[in-house]
Design a protein around this ligand. Structure first.
Ligand code: SAH
Length: 220
């Protein structure tokens, strides 16, 4: 059954190209990562549709277009040390891993971290999955050349920005629970430069630096 799936991923790439994704290396990464391996079996017929899908625990695998835009905004050359906050299914980490040296990805919900870890071990061995609260970054492996936050953060988190290398880039949805903007930040010797990429919709970032929404009992 490999052939029809490959053809469908090719169609997804065509849809993303039409939607404005220009970086051929990002499109190649999307072409290579089997999105169907990151979603519940019953949703597999929709694996290569350009839509977000539920993955359990009220979380979603992001829309491929949004994953592509976020990774494109990081200008990865292939050698970078990357932090992703919000593993979810692991799909975004796998796509980033195709274009980076290695990816450290943090997931706060144990069930999702447990499901993503073996999947990524097989499909993207340069990804390390950690279960924990990434809302203040992950200082242990800092600094990072690039940081992706895949959940909506109420503010541009200073502790996370400080974990960027000089000339490092961060991409994140920032806003209220109602309205969010995708923001890209570049660090230079003297300052952080911020640019808006447009409105988006993500699940909320929870934890110490995020929205205070979750029953703490569910964190372990
Ligand atoms: N990129 C993912 C989509 C992630 S959805 C994919 O491709 O599937 C956002 C994820 O962020 C959710 O799984 C949510 O549980 C997680 N999350 C929310 N707050 C977090 C925090 N403080 N630390 C780590 N992960 C968090």
């Amino acid at each position: 059954m490999a052939l029809p799936r490959l053809a469908t991923r090719e169609q997804l790439v065509a849809v993303l190209r039409k939607a404005g994704v220009r970086d051929e290396r990002v499109l190649e990464a999307i072409r290579r990562v089997p999105r169907e391996a990151f979603i519940p079996e019953r949703l597999r017929p929709w694996a290569c549709d350009n839509i977000a899908l539920p993955i359990g625990d009220q979380q979603t695998i992001s829309q491929p277009y949004v994953v592509a835009c976020m990774i494109e905004a990081l200008h990865l050359a292939g050698t970078e040390h990357v932090l992703e906050i919000g593993t979810g299914s692991g799909y975004g980490a796998a796509v980033a891993a195709e274009m980076a040296g290695d990816v450290v990805t943090i997931e706060i919900l144990a069930s999702l971290a447990k499901a993503a870890a073996p999947r990524l071990k097989e499909l993207a061995p340069n990804v390390t999955v950690i279960q924990g609260d990434g809302s203040l970054g992950w200082p242990e492996f800092a600094p990072y050349d690039a940081i992706i936050i895949t959940a909506n953060s109420p503010t541009l988190p200073r502790p996370v920005l400080r974990q960027l290398t000089n000339h490092g880039r961060l991409v994140a949805p920032i806003g209220s629970l109602k309205e969010q903007q995708l923001v890209v930040v570049e660090r230079s010797e003297t300052r952080f430069t911020t640019r808006d990429l447009g409105p988006v919709r993500f699940v909320p970032l929870i934890g110490a630096g995020g929205f205070q929404l979750l029953d703490p009992a569910r964190r372990n």
